[in-house]
Design a protein. Structure first.
Length: 190
């Protein structure tokens, strides 16, 4: 029994060390503020943060049947004074995780994240990395969320366009028939 208890305590200590090692030194969660369907986000780290890891979470709700999301993230290094190393850019919610694509690295880091068909619910846009600049560093980004039309709305729109196209076709055909009749009438001697 003692051996089992000591094994359990040692295993618990390892789990605690592993979970604390994966936690960020600087971690914040904030709700995004929207202007129409767009929001900006970012973080700044000052003196004394060099070498620390960060995890910035930005939360928002998607209401409705679905949405299309487009987001971009950028960090610009300034002579080693202001610099962050971004290690991940993700969007998660409703059991799904979408990973951003790194487009450039080095002094100019850029990421892009796009996805379609999000269901309604709470989502978190996360940026993780390490502060590398001697005076800290920063990053900034934007996100746009656009509603995806429901299938019935799309079907009605396609049906309406079809009716407009058919009406234009009939009008053009009728104008062509009238023109042909006038030409024949004009050709007949009086």
């Amino acid at each position: 029994m003692k051996k089992l208890l000591s094994s359990f305590l040692i295993a618990s200590a390892f789990v605690a060390m592993a979970s604390s090692a994966s936690a960020a030194d600087l971690e914040r969660t904030r709700e995004l503020v929207w202007t129409d369907a767009t929001s900006t986000f970012g973080a700044r780290y000052g003196d004394g943060t060099t070498g620390q890891t960060f995890l910035e979470n930005f939360t928002f709700n998607v209401g409705g049947a679905g949405a299309s999301v487009s987001s971009a993230l950028v960090s610009i290094a300034l002579d080693g004074l202001s610099r962050v190393g971004i290690s991940s850019f993700t969007l998660s919610g409703n059991g799904q995780t979408y990973t951003g694509t790194q487009l450039s690295s080095g002094d100019l880091q850029t990421f892009s994240l796009r996805t379609n068909g999000l269901t309604s619910g709470l989502y978190t846009l996360s940026v993780a990395g390490t502060v590398l600049g001697s005076a800290g560093g920063s990053f900034a980004g934007n996100i746009s969320v656009a509603p995806v039309p429901e299938a019935s709305t799309t079907a009605m729109m396609i049906g309406g366009l079809g009716l407009v196209g058919f009406a234009a076709y009939r009008r053009r055909r009728k104008a062509g028939d009238d023109g042909a009749q006038m030409t024949s009438a004009q050709m007949m001697p009086a």
